[in-house]
Design a protein around this ligand. Sequence first.
Ligand SMILES: Cc1cc2nc3c(=O)[nH]c(=O)nc-3n(C[C@H](O)[C@H](O)[C@H](O)COP(=O)(O)O)c2cc1C
Ligand code: SF4
Ligand code: SF4
Length: 255
Amino acid sequence: MKIVYFSPNDTTRQVTVAAAAAMEPGGEQIDLLKAPLTEEVSVGAEEMLVVGMPVYAGRIPGLCLSSLACLKGHGGPAAAIAVYGNRDYDDALLELTDLLEAQGFRVVGAGAFIAKHSIFPTVAADRPDEKDLEAIAAFGRECQARRGLFSDSHPGEILVKGNRPYKKPGSASFRPAGDKTCTNCGACAAICPTKSIDPADPTKTREDTCLACAACIRVCPTGARAFRGVAYQTARKAFELKCAPYRLPETFYRA
Ligand SMILES: Cc1cc2nc3c(=O)[nH]c(=O)nc-3n(C[C@H](O)[C@H](O)[C@H](O)COP(=O)(O)O)c2cc1C
Ligand code: SF4
Ligand code: SF4
């Protein structure tokens, strides 16, 4: 089994690994935050591929597309997972499913699960919770049960919620920055997937390249890096209200 994820704030990794653990023990983990894929990764016809992506503006992160294009399937099973911050996953799960099918996989299950919002962490703060973890494990078991059911003579089909053409990719309105508690440890610049932090002055952020992924906030040992400012705080309050209703996991299976 191969387990692939991009997870700047760690929730996509948690969900993806939990789903994979319910399929079979072990598996090779490929962490796209540590290093994007640049060479083909071939996945055997008997091997399960599990891919987890965070939802960014209703799509999968554009940064991951070149890595996902390196995954080469041979008609084997795959599970597609989209993790989102309780607003909506829009077309992200469909996009990931389409992409994996185009790369030669048979997607046996696709699941959208809810986790703490990485820009507004008071939204869905306690997700995934116990109920989510049960749903994630049930999804993993169902994918495992279906993995051997399909072949060239019985290809099956999976219908996933979302629209084609997918919604236009968007970018975040806020970027994190550091404050005077920065000790210049370098952790944020080292983890940033877009090299948007100058190691010489880690309190600043390149606005044009930063994804707002929050990886730098997660690794900062002093709490120096954060989303700040009146506009951000105002947007956070509005977002908390808008995204207050508890959304449930949604799953789709090949039949
Ligand atoms: C740039 C950006 C855009 C996002 N867009 C959405 C969105 O459209 N819908 C949503 O519900 N959550 C959205 N989120 C929240 C993430 O999908 C969610 O927090 C996810 O759990 C992050 O995964 P991670 O913890 O693995 O980084 C967005 C987060 C970021 C950073
Ligand atoms: S600077 Fe932007 S892109 Fe880089 S880790 Fe921080 S939030 Fe992510
Ligand atoms: S991780 Fe925090 S303390 Fe370390 S350089 Fe970045 S902002 Fe400064």
